[in-house]
Structure formats: structure tokens, C-alpha cells
Ligand binder design. Sequence first.
Ligand SMILES: Nc1nc2c(ncn2[C@@H]2O[C@H](COP(=O)(O)OP(=O)(O)OP(=O)(O)O)[C@@H](O)[C@H]2O)c(=O)[nH]1
Ligand SMILES: [Mg+2]
Length: 213
Amino acid sequence: MQLKNPILGLCQQSTFMLSAAKVDQCPDDEGFEVAFAGRSNAGKSSALNTLTHASLARTSKTPGRTQLLNFFKLDDDRRLVDLPGYGYAKVPIPLKLHWQRHLEAYLGGRESLKGLILMMDIRHPMTDFDLLMLDWAVASDMPMHILLTKADKLTYGAAKNTLLKVQSEIRKGWGDAITIQLFSAPKRMGLEDAYTVLAGWMELADKGAEIAE
Ligand SMILES: Nc1nc2c(ncn2[C@@H]2O[C@H](COP(=O)(O)OP(=O)(O)OP(=O)(O)O)[C@@H](O)[C@H]2O)c(=O)[nH]1
Ligand SMILES: [Mg+2]
């Protein structure tokens, strides 16, 4: 017999809800929301798809693909949000400014936002944008969990070394409330830890865990 994390069931039944180009198009600001942020091409949509066992979020070889805030419904009170990737140079400036404005408005004003999952490509962690997000999370008391994505691109030893290095840098600079783990979408690596974080933020952790066969 195995205890099953209740978030798993919700993620498996998640459905696409809506895309918002502006903050006033977002769903009602109530319940629990967790947003997936990160540099363009870091693997946000892939991580979301892997965690939800679906191809809900569009992934692409072309960075800058996710152009809107995409909402996925877990249940009536809980949502996941795929944010547009920041930092993609080829996006036209007016569009960039549009996203930046709306992303800032979303992050700064969203009451139901309970935590941010920040994706960093393990081969290029801690970009300037990541540092800004870390600063923002600490300044606004927003829980943050980091996925070092594409861990399959390195040997396990090299991935582990990078994890320890980035973790120590974050502890020194931003404190130990921010947690971090390895993740790989194709290898389905790191799912359990990510589910545990989501369940905690969405207040599902203590609700009598379902019993799986
Ligand atoms: N090997 C490997 N490739 C990955 C992984 N995650 C994402 N990728 C690839 O990286 C590219 C970008 O992934 P996306 O998930 O679309 O990235 P994104 O952060 O959503 O990108 P934007 O929406 O453009 O900001 C795609 O070609 C993915 O297949 C991973 O864990 N391992
Ligand atoms: Mg995307």
C-alpha cells in the first residue's frame, strides 16, 4: 500500500481554462494559484505538461512561444499558471513592454498567488532575470521553489554539483526559504518533490492522503 499525494489526482484531471493577455482577463482572484516563471526556453511549459500528465501547455523550440498568461484549472479553487518567458531578445520591444507591464501587474497584485515555481535551465542558471525574480520573491514574501530543468542534459554528477552550487549561492544571497531541486521533463525526474511543494502551497498536504493500490 502506498500513500498518494492528493495533488497528483488534481494535476491528472487538470484542464485548460483561459489565456489572458492582460491582468483584467485573469480568472477571479480567489482560491490558490501557483505560477510557473522563468527565462524564455527554460522549460516552463514542458514542466507544466509533465506535472499535469497532459499536453496542456504549448512547448516550442522557438523561445518566446508562451505569449499570454495561460491558466489551468485543477479544481474549483486551484489553478496553475504558465507565464510568458522573459528575456527573449527577438520579441519586438512593444510586445516585450506589454508583457513586462502585465507580468508585473499580475505578480504584484494577485492575491490568490501562493507561490512561484522558477525554472532555470541547468546549463544556464542564475541569469539576470532570475536574480530579479529572486529579489522580487524575497521582497514580497512570495514562496519560491526552483526547478533546475533539463537535468538530463548533464551527467548526474555534474547536475548534482550544479544543484549544490546554485543552492549555496541562493542561501547566501536570498536566504534558505527558497528551495531548489533537479528536474527533467523527458526523464520525469523530480516530480515527487515538485508535487510536495505544490500540495503544500495549495493546502492539500494535510488533507487525508488518498490510498493508492
Ligand atoms: N532535454 C530536455 N529538454 C527540455 C526539457 N524541458 C524543456 N525542454 C526543451 O526545451 C525547449 C523549450 O521548452 P518549453 O517548455 O517550451 O520552454 P518555455 O520555458 O515554456 O519557453 P517559452 O514559453 O518560450 O518561454 C523545448 O524544445 C523543450 O522540448 C528537459 O527537461 N529536458
Ligand atoms: Mg512556454
